[in-house]
Write a new protein. Structure first.
Lengths: 620, 140
């Protein structure tokens, strides 16, 4: 079977025992790889009620069959487990270079169990795998650590590093995992899970090749897709301005949240923080993940001033919002500096920035004062104050310890109505696309498996018209500010998006492919007899399995909701007066998806999808 | 009186509408990046026998000149957007947002992307101006 190495490392950190685990061919066909296959592994072998920071919660790293096969956008991998931030199924994906290197070392993934008694890191050089002492590395930030490990393992061999910074060690609930100082598994606190296991880093070097089932067809398709992803306008736009290219347009369409989601338009903010500004003022180069002709990653440097940085990974659109528009900071240099610190500590820039925005509103409302913040002024737009708070969060000092739990828990602890302006779904801070401008995004946030998510489905790109995937059954042109037809759109987006997430393929590259080409990628790589309908069935099955896992972790219908702030109409901007019709969206979606009144997939739906065991666990 | 799209008369009226637009004057006030050419690809069966290029000399919130040009000349403009009649009709009828159209490859853009993105508000105002022209479409 092409695409897979057939080997998943299984490491018990409590005992230091290293072994391998095989994945059934049937499971590969049904869940492909990435977070889909990781969910199946969790479902088969772990207790959904486990405490996320206990030794019984696994940390699962999974690549997919296309990773390392040199299709554009196939450098990604997933990291999964029960989330310390949300308490439900958690997952994140990451580009960079670690995923392909793991495949070149002969592994499809790594399953970590247990907790190491002392800090360790895992070193992999092809078939040679060993756990090493990391006592001397504990306390280092991701940048220092990465440089040191590369030096230690031979720079000339170009080892790839996955690591956590101090935030992961300190169990900051939205801690991230870093790949080579530039790419991150940001969402759902997988860095805290890694930190709880006292696993500081993974160093990998591989020299093997990933075989495919139909090499000639694979080569032909690869050539076509390289051209498409390079030449299509989304590819060009991402290459020239990075993901922040969308901010100026987003400001025109009501997509950009401002001042903790209270304001609908501020053109000065987008002019100062958008892609053109980043490109003109601070860009020193761009960078691509392995095998990617797009190269959306920014390399930036702030030469002087209070936010001076070294040359390094620049902020994405999400970060330009959370540390820019969301806290009313007009200084792009401040965003770049905050991004650098989040990278070094290893923190999700979405959750961290959003939690700081929440704190600023709490400060404005008098729920927290300078006495609580150790003198830090959290007035809107005060970037120095935001930066000081960022450090406190990473170190869990003072008010930072409360905020390090994430917005939901911080709001609960603050009380006095703070929940009214905590903007999260199922405990995950809402990413920077406003459902008031795009109602489908609102439904996608409500029904996403891991909480408010803008990535695991393709709703953002489809609803905003970046892609059409007409052959999958989408309309050519969706209107953002209507809830009509969005339930059907979101379900289809999920059914198409989840297999992409399992492959694991970059959404930006996938934007430039047709839906049939996505299915063809699977066929020529794995040899599975796969067409578009099979891809969509796989997506549906994967969604149902993950949702079932969520149900077993406590998710119910009441959790499928949008925060009050997002259901409050804006007074200005393109989305003024518009709010998603939550009742209609959920009613129609539940019907189409086959969920019961409790938010669980119906028994017959699960059985039809071949998930009999899950049906039994959920319905008896 | 309704003006046929595309035609020299329609283009001249477009220039007038741009210069009468307070919205464009404000959004395009700092535009110094040069002319923009819009090209409607030839479609003989609809009476568009050759590519119809509209050269709009935009500068600091005004349109200094509008002239009909060939495809070859249009492509010499710093910014050139090319599409077929049906797509332009969608744009004028506000059924297709131009930046979205470019992303989907329905409108082909040649020119500096960051500049276009920075002036997305101005591009919206330019579309808004087309809707103020009483337009007779060739297929209606």
């Amino acid at each position: 079977m092409g695409g897979y190495t057939g080997k998943v490392l299984e490491i018990d950190l409590s005992t230091g025992k290293i072994g391998t685990k095989s994945i059934k061919e049937e499971d590969r066909k049904r869940f492909i790889g990435g977070s889909g296959l990781a969910a199946k592994i969790f479902f088969d072998s772990f207790d959904p009620e486990v405490d996320p920071l206990s030794s019984e919660n696994p940390l699962i790293l999974m690549t997919g069959p296309v990773v390392g096969t040199q299709f554009p956008g196939t450098s990604r991998f997933a990291v999964c487990g029960k989330s310390p931030l949300t308490g439900i199924w958690g997952e994140g994906t990451c580009g960079g270079n670690f995923g392909p290197e793991l495949k070149f070392a002969g592994m499809d993934g790594i399953l970590f169990r247990g907790i190491s008694p002392t800090p360790v890191y895992l070193a992999i050089e092809d078939d040679k795998v060993d756990l090493r002492d990391a006592s001397d590395l504990w306390g280092m930030d991701n940048y220092v650590l990465t440089d040191l490990l590369k030096e230690r393992h031979g720079k000339e061999k170009r080892p790839k590093i996955l690591s956590i910074g101090q935030a992961g060690e300190n169990l900051v609930k939205f801690a991230a995992i870093c790949n080579d100082k530039g790419d991150f598994i940001g969402r759902t606190g997988m860095g805290a899970l890694m930190g709880s296991k006292r696993l500081k880093a993974i160093v990998v070097r591989g020299t093997k090749k990933v075989e495919t089932s139909h090499p000639e067809e694979h080569a032909t398709l690869r050539k076509l897709l390289i051209k498409k992803s390079r030449d299509a306008m989304p590819g060009q736009s991402l290459r020239s301005m990075g993901t922040d290219a969308i901010m100026d347009l987003g400001m025109m369409t009501g997509d950009v949240p401002i001042k903790n989601w209270m304001i609908g338009e501020d053109l000065e903010l987008s002019a100062n923080l958008g892609g053109p500004a980043l490109t003109e003022k601070y860009l020193t180069g761009n960078r691509a993940c392995s095998f990617c002709p797009i190269g959306c990653k920014r390399i930036v440097k702030v030469d002087d001033g209070p936010f001076k940085t070294e040359e390094g990974a620049g902020p994405e659109y999400q970060t330009c919002c959370t540390f820019g528009t969301l806290i009313k900071n007009y200084a792009l240099a401040g965003v770049i500096k905050a991004n650098e610190w989040c990278n070094r500590y290893g923190m999700d820039t979405i959750s961290c920035g959003a939690t700081i925005a929440f704190a600023m509103e709490a400060f404005e409302k008098g729920l927290i004062t300078k006495k609580d913040t150790d003198g830090i002024d959290l007035t809107w737009g005060n970037m120095e104050g935001a930066m000081e708070l960022l450090h406190k969060i990473a170190k869990k000092e003072g008010i930072g310890a409360v905020l390090s739990e994430g917005t939901r828990e911080a709001a609960r602890r603050l009380g006095k109505g703070a929940e009214e302006f905590g903007v999260e779904v199922k405990g995950l801070e809402v990413p920077m696309h406003d459902p008031r401008g795009f109602h489908g995004a609102g439904l996608a946030y409500m029904t996403s498996i891991r909480g408010a998510c803008h990535l695991m489905h393709l709703a953002f790109s489809v609803e905003q018209g970046i892609t059409t995937y007409a052959e999958a059954g989408f309309q050519e042109n969706y209107i953002g500010q209507t809830s009509e037809g969005k339930a059907e759109m979101v379900k289809l987006c999920e059914d198409l998006g989840l297999p992409c997430n399992s492959l694991v393929i970059c959404e930006f590259a996938a934007w430039t492919y047709s839906a049939n080409e996505l299915a063809e990628i699977v066929r020529v790589t794995t040899g599975f007899d796969f067409a578009l309908k099979d891809l969509l069935s796989c997506g549906e099955r994967t969604w149902l399995l993950k949702r079932g896992l969520g149900n077993m972790m406590g998710v119910r219908a009441k959790d499928d909701r949008l925060p009050k702030r997002i259901l409050t109409p804006l007074n200005e901007g393109a989305a003024a007066g518009s709010v998603p019709n939550v009742e209609k969206l959920l009613r129609e979606y539940y019907e189409i998806r086959g969920l019961d009144g409790d938010g669980r997939p119906k028994k017959e739906v699960l059985i039809k999808a071949g998930l009999d065991e899950l049906a039994k666990k959920l319905h008896g | 009186m309704a003006l046929t799209f595309p035609s020299v008369e329609w283009m001249e009226e477009y220039r007038k509408q741009i210069n009468a637009s307070e919205g464009y004057k404000k959004a395009g006030a700092t535009w110094t990046a040069g002319p923009v050419a819009l090209v409607i690809s030839a479609k003989p069966e609809m009476g568009i026998n050759e590519d119809f290029g509209m050269w709009l000399d935009l500068h600091q919130g005004v349109c200094r000149e509008a002239k009909k040009v060939s495809l070859e000349e249009a492509q010499k403009a710093p910014f050139c957007i090319i599409s077929d009649y049906a797509r332009w009709k969608q744009v004028i009828k506000k059924e297709l947002e131009p930046v979205k159209g470019m992303m989907q490859g329905k409108l082909k853009l040649k020119g500096d992307l960051p500049t276009i993105v920075r002036y997305v508000k101005a591009s919206q105002e330019l579309v808004e101006c087309t809707t103020r022209i009483e337009t007779k479409f060739l297929d209606e």
